[in-house]
Design a protein around this ligand. Structure first.
Ligand code: GLN
Length: 478
């Protein structure tokens, strides 16, 4: 079977028509992982037993001629920040190196209930903090398109697994860009749903008001199929929204003629690589060619997004990470003489440099005397950023931007310069702060054959429109 062209639909029909068994399909993907993952490093843990049991269940359904669920037999990978019952869940951190979750994340459970076969857990930046996957406590991930480059982060393992045909699709998480930016670097589709659209139950928390789960896939339709599977209210997450989930797949082929697409000047300024600019501009021309109206817009508070994000995200992280105390389920230092030494050394010996930096920044921003100046101020700017989008969306149906200012950079290129690394998310953090959905789709390559991503942002709970625009572009590009 040619794994490279295999999408969800193709796999499911092949299984339905008995051209291949789910078991054989899973085995083929494990063979691909054995062949390629030594150099890519996308997986941290494989769960073959669970995968083959599920594949067997699907094969029995199909042998009995029963109707198959939407993801029947589809081999997928799960970012290692999502809890999986009985399977190691590390969040890319030494502090959880031996942690085995006693329950499943809702999104994972919904994928499995829809027939997906979970191959394993993918590598990521520690606690999803990073843009290159180099902050993993275990090993870096390499970009399958060019092994000297990063796959992006923090869902770098998920993006690389899909790009290297080691999985048909994957789940990732996005707090400041971690689904869309790696999707763009690896040349796959990455969708961040509206905040509240997908339950966060079982997702290891980084910044709870910004964390989102979403799919990384080979095409737009697969992203729509997975979103439909994982979206919707979950009583286990009080922030998951009671908003009806449309049939994204039924809607996404609708023509895009007449849609108004905003192009914001703030996303095309200093720091944007020329080749990326050209690719994105020509993608916008293609959309115009399909009858979309291009509307120049302005989102004036955009320049404050990165500092705002790094105050709010670190504040929430410092509070969320307080639970790793060495007492309950995280790493515990040996040979300590007192309780306070146990806390101190357990955390010191098990967190990486970036995680420590964020805990310190966040604790500082929340401390008495600085709270008003930093945290409260950042919350106010967050409101202004959200209002920029609200105002703009009274005039346009979606906004198109580059996903990232550059294509994939080299391993080590930014690891000594946290500020340069933070700027990799300059076009993605705004959507997380505003809680709106965004998708990144491939829109060309640089001269060095590195993928470039086009980002489409939409109104709250209007994933349908961004999927339609994404599909419209995909149609015109093929
Ligand atoms: N790169 C950003 C950060 O380091 C975003 C990470 C994410 O979305 N999880 O915080």
């Amino acid at each position: 079977m040619n794994l490279a062209s295999l999408t969800i639909d193709a796999a499911r029909s092949a299984i339905q028509e008995r051209k291949i068994t789910a078991l054989a399909l899973a085995e083929e993907h494990y063979a691909k992982i054995a062949e390629k993952d030594g150099e890519v490093g996308a997986f941290l843990t494989l769960c073959k037993e669970r995968a083959l049991e599920q594949a067997d269940r699907i094969d029995r359904l199909s042998a009995e001629g029963k109707p198959l669920p939407p993801l029947a037999g589809v081999p997928v990978a799960i970012k290692d920040v999502m809890s999986t019952r009985g399977i190691r869940t590390t969040a890319g951190s030494k502090s959880l190196e031996k942690y085995i979750s006693p329950y499943d994340c809702t999104a994972v459970a919904r994928m499995e209930a829809a027939g997906a076969v979970i191959l394993g857990k993918t590598n990521c930046d520690e606690f999803a903090m990073g843009s290159s996957n180099e902050n993993s406590a275990f090993h870096a991930v390499r970009n399958p398109r060019d092994l000297s480059r990063v796959p992006g982060g923090s869902s770098g393992g998920s993006a690389a697994a899909v790009a290297a045909d080691m999985a048909i699709a994957a789940l990732g998480s996005d707090t400041g860009g971690s689904i869309r930016q790696p999707a763009s670097f690896c040349g796959v589709v990455g969708l961040m749903p509206t905040y509240g659209r997908v339950s966060r139950y079982g997702l290891i928390a980084f910044a709870s008001s910004l964390d989102h789960i979403g799919p990384l896939t080979k095409n737009v339709k697969d992203a729509a199929t997975i979103l439909r599977t994982i979206a919707g209210r979950d009583p286990m997450d009080s922030t998951s929204a009671e908003v009806p989930v449309p049939d994204y797949v039924a809607e996404f082929e609708k023509p895009i003629r007449g849609l108004k697409l905003g192009v914001a000047k703030e996303y095309f300024g200093e720091g944007l690589d020329d080749e990326v600019r050209h690719a994105v501009e020509s993608a916008i021309d293609k959309l115009e060619g399909q009858g979309c109206e291009i509307v120049p817009v302005s989102l004036p508070h955009t320049p404050y997004a990165i500092p705002t994000y790094y105050v709010i995200a670190t504040a929430e992280a410092s509070s969320n990470l307080a639970r790793y105390d060495g007492v309950r389920y995280s790493f515990r230092a040996r040979g300590v003489k007192s309780l306070s030494e146990m806390y101190r050394r357990s955390r010191d010996e098990s967190f990486g440099a970036e995680v420590k930096r964020r805990i310190m920044l966040g604790t500082y921003a929340l401390s008495a005397g600085y709270y008003d100046a930093y945290y409260l101020k950042a919350q106010k700017v967050r409101t202004l950023l959200a209002r920029d989008f609200e105002d703009t969306f009274t005039r346009v149906d979606a906004i198109v931007t580059p996903t990232s200012p550059t294509a994939a950079f080299r391993l080590g290129e930014k690891s000594d310069d946290p500020l340069a690394m933070y700027l990799a998310d300059i076009y993605t953090v705004t959507a997380d702060l505003a809680g709106i959905p965004g998708i990144s789709i491939p829109c060309g390559e640089t001269k060095e054959k590195l993928p470039i991503g086009l980002q489409i942002l939409g109104k709250h709970f209007d994933e349908s429109t961004i999927l339609r625009v994404a599909r419209g572009y995909e149609r015109s590009a093929h």
